[in-house]
Ligand binder design. Structure first.
Ligand SMILES: CC(C)(COP(=O)(O)OP(=O)(O)OC[C@H]1O[C@@H](n2cnc3c(N)ncnc32)[C@H](O)[C@@H]1OP(=O)(O)O)[C@@H](O)C(=O)NCCC(=O)NCCS
Length: 435
């Protein structure tokens, strides 16, 4: 009979060990029994950047990178993007099931009633420099909410936790919009409770002197779809940060701010901005073959192509491409789309990209849509942070309720000096500083 175990032979001692295999995984702690001598600490694994380490069990999001599959709580992303609103998907991510009509109505109403910011928060934001980057403002202001809601520290109280979750999902778009208005020198716009989540966000961004802002329904729906696609993506860098900071029982505002800080890095949230720069550099679709040749010769990378996990077409990129067409019917065609389509067509036929399994990722088309909708590149990561807040919170809650989780604390392989004799200052030679 097939056994779900792994036999390990330690060639240092000749001893064999049998460890259980569960869901294609062995427990790293099972290796600790493997010792070269009695005083040995025991075997560890070395895995910089967690390339092959599962840090948790999770039932939130499933990705099969080889086959290009993404599911939230078992539902394919394509079905959710086609049939749901973002808040419906947020409910699914947080509570594990799609809401029925009444539950959705209550949920939407509750989130809507948490969109207002305390006037002190507004004053806090007014203190930023006139040209402050909106992502820096978002990270700092989300952290500052921890001072407005000190009761959020009671993370083991389920009702209290839920209240903070609703506040964060409600308030992050308000902070995001205020950050943007601040960078333009425009007065802040208060939320409008008659509007949907995406419409209200557009209202807080774009409303000028008109008494009531009316969002274009195609653009509002496109934004809602983009929010759905960005809501969660299992254990990526920012989600890992959320879980790691949250594991110290930090309150959810501070943990969310830390996660957003991770997202602010160009290797995580910023690739779509680089796609636009690349498309500008290419100029027109006629220049695509020469550009691709340059990439293949080792001069740079095709931005928006390739993914650490997806070795197939990123399912989100397909939906975004379709959404882009809808958006351009309203905004007029962004000329960059023609260059992007040609780039995709040529790359997908080219052996270099095919053998390396390099396909368009979520960032390939999202920047083009955001630009067509009127967003400046500094806002792109902020637009990502709004829906991802829900994913972070779903994962944070799952981590808190998981009895196996503790304060996250990896091990290290120490490579520094052995014990050294202390040298008094007058006997030291000038230090050669290592950077
Ligand atoms: C996302 C990314 C970091 C994933 O990297 P990875 O899985 O670690 O893959 P690797 O860097 O090991 O690349 C494997 C091979 O494909 C090549 N490659 C990877 N992405 C490439 C790209 N976008 N353009 C051209 N070549 C690429 C690498 O040079 C490498 O080639 P080699 O085997 O000849 O050395 C990488 O594809 C990338 O930098 N893409 C562009 C930036 C981007 O779009 N980021 C957003 C991600 S959502």
């Amino acid at each position: 009979m097939k056994q779900e175990t792994l036999t390990i032979t330690d060639n240092r001692t000749g001893q064999s060990y049998v460890v259980p295999v569960e869901r294609g995984t062995i427990r790293a702690m099972d290796l600790r029994q493997i010792k070269a001598s009695a005083g040995d600490f025991g075997l560890m694994t070395y895995d910089p950047a967690f390339l092959n380490t599962a840090s948790c069990r999770s039932s939130v999001t499933f990705i099969d990178g080889e086959r290009g599959i993404l599911r939230y709580r078992g539902y394919p992303i394509e079905a959710l993007a086609e049939h749901c609103t973002f808040l419906e998907v947020a409910y699914l991510l947080l509570f594990g099931e799609l809401p029925e009509e009444r539950q959705l109505e209550n949920w939407v109403s509750e989130i809507t009633h948490h969109t207002m910011l305390h006037e002190n928060t507004k004053k806090f934001m007014e203190g930023f420099r006139h040209d402050a980057h909106p992502m820096g403002m978002l990270v700092s202001t989300v952290a500052a909410l921890s001072t407005i809601y000190p009761e959020a520290k009671a993370i083991h109280d389920a009702d209290n936790r839920l209240l903070q979750i609703k506040r964060l999902i409600g308030k992050v778009p308000s902070i995001a919009a205020m950050s943007y208005r601040h960078s333009l020198g425009f007065p802040y716009v208060y939320p409008d409770n008659d509007l949907s989540y995406a419409e209200n966000f557009l209202n807080m961004l774009w409303k000028m002197v008109e008494p009531k802002y009316v969002a274009n329904p195609v653009l509002a729906r496109a934004l809602d779809i983009l929010f759905i696609l960005h809501a969660d993506h299992e254990q990526n860098c920012s989600t890992n940060t959320m879980r790691s900071v949250g594991s110290a029982q930090t309150d959810p505002y501070l943990a969310t701010a830390a996660a957003a800080a991770a997202l602010a890095g160009p290797l995580h949230g910023g690739a779509n901005e680089q796609v636009l720069t690349m498309l500008d550099e290419i100029g027109s679709k006629d220049n695509v073959p020469a550009y691709v040749k340059k990439i293949k010769e080792g001069h740079g990378k095709l931005m928006g192509f390739g993914h650490r996990v997806y070795k197939n077409y990123d399912p989100r990129a397909k939906i975004i491409k379709w959404t882009a067409e809808q958006v351009f019917e309203v905004t007029g065609r962004n000329r960059k789309l023609d260059t992007a389509l040609e780039l995709e067509r040529i790359a997908l036929q080219d052996d270099y990209f095919v053998t390396r399994k390099l396909y368009p990722n979520v960032d390939f088309y999202s920047g083009i849509i955001y630009q067509a909708m009127g967003f400046s590149p500094e806002m792109f990561t902020v637009l990502f942070a709004i829906p991802r807040t829900t994913g972070w919170l779903a994962q944070w809650q799952e981590m808190l309720l998981d009895p196996e989780q503790k304060s996250a604390r990896p091990r290290q392989v120490y490579t520094g000096e052995d014990t050294r004799q202390f040298v008094p200052i007058e006997q030291r030679v000038p230090a050669v500083v290592k950077t």
